[in-house]
Design a protein around this ligand. Structure first.
Ligand code: NAD
Length: 335
């Protein structure tokens, strides 16, 4: 019998290609796993489900508590509520954790980047509460609750302490959104003062924070922010270390965890076999650490570090010519 049961959501666009590659790598590294493969996104509708976030998929994640997910497509300005927002809200996956670091062999403008982005995942402007007040006037509500702000702050400080990180920087806009971002700051300050004085703490208005990020990102350590800011800053930071193909992520709750790359379904390159599977593979490594398979995690990490450092088999986004499967094969050869 397999040691682990993990839900696999291939997703849309490049999702099936990159998750299949990640699955091969995880198995080749020695993971004893039974995959429960279920759809989400446009793929779920194509397979005859009446919802982009089928109950069956949600139920399986609740039961097995761990999922590896490919990206899904969300229509712009109309259509169904984002699968990702639904998933994070319905399973209370309140912390998005995204490590952003330089990789040997991946050329970038900056060096010595080693940041962790901790993003509040359940509220803010992603609460989906929008109104047409009168024709031509609409509102989108930004929600902040003491419970969720305290919960994410505590998560970030605990994470920083366990990982021997030194400093948490909160990006905010409390000079304008005095109540919502003000509450976010108050909760972070409170957790710092009352529970984690061991970690240095600073606050930066997000516009100045973005400038600092592109001036010298090596100065930043753990970044804590609310939902929308975390979404935008994640892609910005991905750009600093080589792009969306190299930044993994996790969505963590008390009852379940879903691991997925920061990138989307990349419709421009879907089906061509050229997407970089590394971000999903790295998300798989985060998943292995989460399920206490640290040895396998290190094995895969060492293998992709070697492939990247050699620079012979890189995907197009990293300046190479290798396809998705070719990269995965090169990695498997190094395990
Ligand atoms: P995207 O991340 O899909 O793509 C942005 C650019 O990066 C594209 O040029 C794409 O080709 C490239 N890219 C992304 N991942 C890559 C990879 N692994 N290898 C090589 N190149 C890669 O962002 P987008 O185009 O703004 O969004 C497309 C769709 O994805 C939208 O429907 C959006 O809502 C959705 N999306 C989903 C998730 C998720 O499911 N977690 C996250 C972000 C966006």
């Amino acid at each position: 019998m397999a040691k682990h049961t993990i839900v696999l959501i291939p997703g849309d666009g490049i999702g099936p290609e990159v998750t299949a590659a990640a699955k091969r790598v995880l198995e080749a590294a020695g993971l004893s796993v039974e995959w429960v493969e279920l759809p989400a996104g446009a793929t779920a509708l194509e397979q005859g489900f009446d919802n982009v976030m089928p109950d069956e998929t949600l139920k399986a994640i609740k039961t097995h508590r761990v999922a590896l997910k490919g990206p899904v497509t969300t229509p712009v300005g109309k259509g169904f509520k984002s699968v990702n927002v639904q998933l994070r809200q319905k399973l209370n996956l309140y912390a998005a954790v995204r490590p952003v670091r330089n990789l040997a062999g991946v050329k970038t403008h900056y060096s010595n980047i080693d940041m962790i982005i901790v993003r509040e995942n359940t509220e803010g402007l992603y609460s989906g509460i929008e109104n047409e007040v009168v024709p031509g006037v609409v509102t989108s509500l930004k929600v902040a609750s003491e419970v969720a702000c305290t919960r994410i702050a505590r998560y970030a400080f605990r994470y920083a302490t366990r990982r021997a990180r030194k400093r948490i920087t909160v990006f905010h806009k409390a000079n304008i959104m005095k109540l919502s971002d003000g509450l976010f700051l108050n909760c972070a300050r409170h957790i710092h003062e009352e529970e984690y004085p061991n970690i240095q703490y600073e606050e930066i208005i997000i516009d100045a924070g973005c400038m600092k990020l592109v001036q010298d990102p090596s100065k930043l350590d753990v970044l804590l922010m609310e939902n929308l800011y975390g979404d935008l800053v994640s892609d910005l930071c991905a750009g600093l270390v080589g792009g969306l193909g190299v930044v993994p992520g996790s969505n963590i709750g008390d009852e379940a965890a879903v691991f997925e790359a920061v990138h989307g379904s990349a419709p421009d390159i879907a089906g061509k076999g050229v997407a970089n599977p590394l971000a999903v593979i790295m998300s798989g490594v985060m998943m292995l650490n989460h399920i206490h398979e640290e040895t396998l995690a290190t094995r895969i990490r060492t293998a992709y570090d070697t492939v990247l450092a050699e620079g012979k088999t890189l995907t197009r986004d990293l300046g190479g010519t290798a396809g998705t499967n070719q990269f995965a094969d090169a990695l498997i050869a190094k395990l």
